[in-house]
Design a protein around this ligand. Structure first.
Ligand SMILES: Cc1ncc(COP(=O)(O)O)c(C=O)c1O
Length: 461
């Protein structure tokens, strides 16, 4: 006899309402929380493993209560307006609400037949992204876990396409014995693009670097001449938004030096590509549309819930010929199937919260959110400079780099700030100096948050 699944107590609806009420309380208090959890809250995480074990499981309601009370206290408040670490981003309220709804739906977006709503919004959101980011109209965009995966997807597609053009079929023959590919990259390309080269079997040992200028941009006059003179297939890696300075490579001046017949230009624009959605910043990315592929993130500057990356490729056939898979039971209907456009088969419907955000903000709202963060960053840099901090690089977007004397002093300021709980900024190395790295990427950050963050940094000196 087949047994029925046990009835759960409380019911699914009751559990969800309880979790939603707890989530709403968290959100109501998020702006007043310490930006980093207290040591006591982090230490209490250990009690999770005593309260429930594999051999002594708990009731579902108790699990949610424990998760809220012990887990919720040990969160980093990156949605509260005063978190400036990494390039983390907050969460747009409608994106969060849509993800709660979509979580209940539990859709698999791999194939249209698995979820008509996911398929519809996936295609629509992809079209809107291409439009908003000013990419060529034939470009196909698709969603993935983040810019690291987007970089990998694009680099694999570039590799296969470049080799196909010289008569090599990577899908059939792999890489052993394949013709060489020249790889040229900004000397400050993000580490995730280098990791993608490793994972794509191209390695990093032969990368020819383009030296950068004082703002961290690749210099057109520093493209290695050997690569320009060679007629070998060439992969060019550039970036929109240097992870430290926010400045972007001069795309037009670099891309025009390469022959489109033998090269593929990929741009990592994890956060910086969003400058193209803000009319007053678009000039910073002049020529970015001349590339062949782009990586960006929703979860950074668009403030989608985690995780949501985007890869975009001008040649849909190239993307599909690298990413498509063949399973008799999972045949597509010839339409757009996300599992044939990326690395994953099963996948969450990441486009749903992203679509909800774009449908709510519209073009003007996105532009406004990007511009607002840039202005906050400018004010942060200006006021810290007036107060005696050294701004290491004039900000162009949402990133600010400051030092407070020698490296040890700068690190001491970062440590004191981080332990204070009022605002959180990380540290980095920038052109031989230690620096505090400030990223204004939570679009809910207000002028008052910036005042409070500046005061906290100055108090930590
Ligand atoms: C410029 C750049 N590229 C790529 C990445 C990797 O993005 P993700 O963490 O979404 O994989 C980051 C993350 O900070 C980044 O800033």
């Amino acid at each position: 006899m087949v047994e029925n699944a046990p009835m759960t107590s409380p019911s699914k609806s009751e559990l969800l309402l309880d979790a939603a009420a707890r989530a709403a309380r968290y959100v109501a208090e998020e702006r007043d929380r310490p930006v980093f959890p207290t040591t006591g809250a982090v230490d209490r995480l250990g009690s999770l493993q005593f309260n429930a074990t594999l051999d002594r499981p708990l009731d579902a309601a108790d699990v949610i209560e424990m998760l809220d009370e012990i887990g919720g206290a040990a969160t980093v408040a990156n949605t509260g307006g005063r978190y400036f670490g990494f390039v983390t981003g907050g969460v747009e309220p409608v994106g969060l609400a849509a993800s709660v709804l979509a979580g209940a739906w539990d859709q698999n977006a791999a194939l249209p037949v698995m979820s008509p709503v996911a398929a519809h919004l996936d295609a629509l959101a992809a079209e809107w992204i291409v439009d908003l980011l000013g990419l060529p109209t034939d470009t196909v965009a698709t969603f993935c876990a983040g810019a690291s995966i987007a970089n990998l997807t694009a680099i694999i597609t570039a590799r296969d396409t470049l080799l196909r053009r010289v008569g090599w079929d990577t899908a059939a023959d792999g890489l052993i014995g394949a013709p060489p590919i020249d790889i040229v990259a900004s000397a400050e390309i993000h580490s995730s693009a280098l990791k993608a080269l490793r994972l794509a079997g191209l390695g990093t040992g032969s990368v020819q670097e383009i030296a950068t200028d004082e703002l961290g941009r690749a210099r057109p006059d520093a493209i290695p001449s050997a690569v320009l003179e060679s007629d070998r297939p060439t992969l060019v890696l550039l970036q929109a938004g240097n992870v430290n300075t926010g400045h972007s490579d001069p795309f037009a001046a670099i891309i025009e030096r390469f022959d489109p017949a033998t090269s593929w230009v990929h741009v990592d624009g994890a956060f910086g590509l969003w400058a193209n959605a803000a009319p007053d910043r678009r000039h910073l990315l002049d020529g970015v549309e001349l590339a062949d592929s782009w990586a960006t993130d929703g979860h950074k500057w668009l403030n989608t819930p985690y995780d949501c990356g985007v890869v975009a490729v001008t040649d849909p056939t190239a993307l599909e010929s690298s990413m498509a898979m063949n399973a008799a039971y999972a045949g597509g209907d010839g339409g757009r199937s996300p599992m044939n456009l990326g690395l994953q088969m099963s996948q969450g419907a990441r486009a749903i919260p992203l679509w909800a955000i774009l449908a709510t903000l519209g073009r003007a709202g996105v532009a406004d959110a990007i511009e607002r963060c840039c202005r906050h960053a400018e004010r942060m840099a200006g006021e810290l400079a007036v107060a005696g901090a050294e701004v290491l690089c004039p900000p162009a977007l949402n990133q600010v780099l400051v030092a407070f004397g020698g490296d040890d002093q700068t690190d001491a300021v970062i440590d004191r700030l981080q332990s204070g709980g009022e605002a959180w900024m990380g540290g980095t190395n920038w052109h031989g100096r230690r620096a505090m790295r400030i990223s204004v990427s939570d679009t809910s950050t207000t002028g008052t948050d910036i005042d409070r963050a500046i005061a906290a940094v100055l108090a930590a000196r």
